[in-house]
Write a protein of this length. Sequence first.
Lengths: 214, 309
Amino acid sequence: MIVILASGLDREARDLANSWKGYDARILTAEDLHRPGWAFRPDDGAQDGTCVVAGSVVGAKDIELALTCRPSVLPEELTSLHPEERQYVAAEMTAFLVAWLTSLTCPVFNRPTATSLCGPAWSVEHWRIQVVRCGGRWARTGADLHSACVIGDQCFNAPNDRLERVLRQLAIAANVRFLRALCNSESVVSVSSLPRCDTDQLRDAILRDAGLAP
Amino acid sequence: MDAVRSALRDLGREAVFLDQRRNSSMRVRLKPSRRGDVNGSISSAGEALNLGEIGSAYIRPIETRKAMPEPDVEGKALQHAIAVDTTLIAWSDLTSAQVVNRPSAMASNHSKPYQASLIRNLGFRTPRTLITTDPAAASQFVKSHACVVYKSISGVRSVVSRLSGSDPEALQDVANCPTQFQEYIDGHEVRVHVVGRTTISTKIDSGASDYRYAHLTDANVTMEPIAIDESLSAKCVKMASAMGLHLAGIDFRVSPSGDWYCLEVNPSPGFTFYEAATGQAIGRAVAELLCELAQENCGDGTPRNGSSG
């Protein structure tokens, strides 16, 4: 089973789940987190426990790959709760998922940090400094921009070898297995560790990196 | 913060205080280099601070909105303050100056079970824990331990409460949100403050489940300085260092049979609470640490200024 952690309103996540139907891909939403069925004993590890995915209770050991397509659970999506409780419950759910996802032994794109469910919660300024440290140039805007991606050991659509080296270094610096950047031949304009894979090329690359496809 | 500033003055060391409440009038510019340095400047009220001259910094940031002088401020003033705070957080994480403590290192405390896994990996015992939305699993856990507490996972509303009885109706509520249950360790608490390579330890006895909130239930709290085993002290120092923390408040419960259980590593400890009760000079130790770190950070041996904010 592949678990995609996303909002129930996330169309891209739904498209991804559909494209991976053959791998039993399901979306784990905030609604799943307030259904009976979660049991996580941190001392024993996530694999020995149970979770709720797409409304069903499943064994965590059945998860072969997890994609974290959100940095946190938002209070606004907890519409079944009293408004005064939403902020607190969203914080609890996010903190829980940080621990649970960290404990999963299957591949996770991207492993959470204490500040975000999908890698480091770096600000634009932080990414800018890291790009420079990795030998790249940062620009606030640019022309002829396109999206490049690092997945595991592979880099896709980098405009040239120099920027490919920069992006690979950046992924290592950020300790992520999925990194997406908007760049042109000279500079990087934006970076994200949110694993958005909207092409078959990227989707297949994730499956290969996770060992689920040849 | 005031305790450290006062101690630095007593040590005759100059420190610059950056008041987060004045962020709306500050300007911050960062200049990264390929060598890895992050220099730049902070200017406020006509004065400028060269970030490259900072040898050590003590930071206790709070959420920007809470730091604003007018709580309901919106618009450009708030946006600017957020931008300043965000930039300073980035600097704090990336600068080669020594920071007590870097924001990324402090963040592990935002998820208690996540931090607990780090604590276990570093060789400390932690209480048995279950996080669940399953009333049956919660009931089973309660039955298998003499006493159980429940506590928040995120640190928001972080008050430890003992579970009274095993009312099955009460446990039905766990379905609403993952809830953290832990075996209660009878005995007393010890707070070990790690300051650099040293530890300052305080024994706490209280009738409350959470001594920090004993005043809410009129429960008693007594504190006294204690000496801990040297090997335990070294282990605490090592754990703080492994977590990237120069300063930490490590909470233990010690069972009647002498087993030490680590509950939490507080990366921004409110040490004045313990200092006031026991006279332990924790603030001075932090000030001395900042001076030492600034000295170490300066390549030519010239002491740099400390900075706090």
